[in-house]
Design a protein around this ligand. Structure first.
Ligand code: CA
Length: 229
């Protein structure tokens, strides 16, 4: 049973989320403190993180979580401006919920992220692109570019894996949201751009041709799939 760690200093929100998540069959850990959250990371599969914590800056904690454990993080916040939203995603959050939110919606998002992590493609194995330049291990969710392993967040992984499914085909932002989230969410399309930006930064200058932008349409993989793979 996957375990969700709720890091939230408002007791009412913490408890309502715990109830909903437990009812949906998940195991739940909670804490009001950022320091304790760091100690609990090893026992969690996903973190629901309130950015406004009393003892530590939430964005700082988000960074720490990604340094220590590669866990998916869904950010909970009262901050609702576009800049804050984009900033959270740039820091590597996998999803973003603005307060006040419906607990049911949070459960759906948690499930979507967990499902994505648990997906195992039928054929599995490593597929290579661009004459072995890009290597994608669908089973282990690992990626190498020119023999260099890339450290991707679950969302970045999902985006790359989605466009690599049919190299050359253009995927719209709307389609990508659905592929990586597993459900439709109006307004999320813009945030795809910031995840792509992060992905490109990790691909680096030598990988500049891997993800192509098709203006006004979306994104596609710029490499061909190798025949032998
Ligand atoms: Ca708070």
């Amino acid at each position: 049973m996957p375990t969700v760690l709720i890091v939230e200093d408002e007791r009412d929100i913490r408890e309502v989320l715990r109830r909903y998540l437990e009812r949906s069959g998940l195991s739940v850990l909670t804490t009001a403190s950022g320091a304790e959250a760091l100690r609990l990371l090893a026992s969690a599969d996903l973190v629901l993180l309130d950015l406004g914590l009393p003892d530590i800056d939430g964005t700082e904690l988000l960074r720490e979580i990604h340094l220590r454990e590669k866990l998916p993080v869904i950010v909970l916040t009262a901050r609702s401006t576009t800049e804050d939203r984009i900033r959270g995603l740039e820091l590597g959050a996998d999803d973003y919920v603005t307060k006040p939110f419906s607990p049911h919606e949070v459960v759906l998002r948690v499930q979507a992220v967990l499902n994505r992590l648990g997906e195992k493609p039928a054929d599995g194995g490593v597929v290579t692109y661009g004459q072995d330049r890009l290597r994608i291990d669908e089973t282990a969710h690992r990626v190498w570019l020119d023999d260099r392993p890339l450290d991707l967040t679950p969302t970045e992984w999902g985006l790359l894996s989605a466009i690599a499914a049919a190299p050359g085909r253009v995927y719209s932002r709307y389609e990508l949201v659905n592929r990586v989230r597993g459900y439709e969410y109006e307004g999320y399309e813009r945030t795809i751009d910031s995840h792509i930006k992060n992905l490109r930064r990790k691909l680096g200058p030598t990988g500049a041709d891997v993800v192509e932008t098709v203006l006004g349409v979306g994104y596609r993989l710029g490499l061909r799939r190798d025949e032998s793979s």
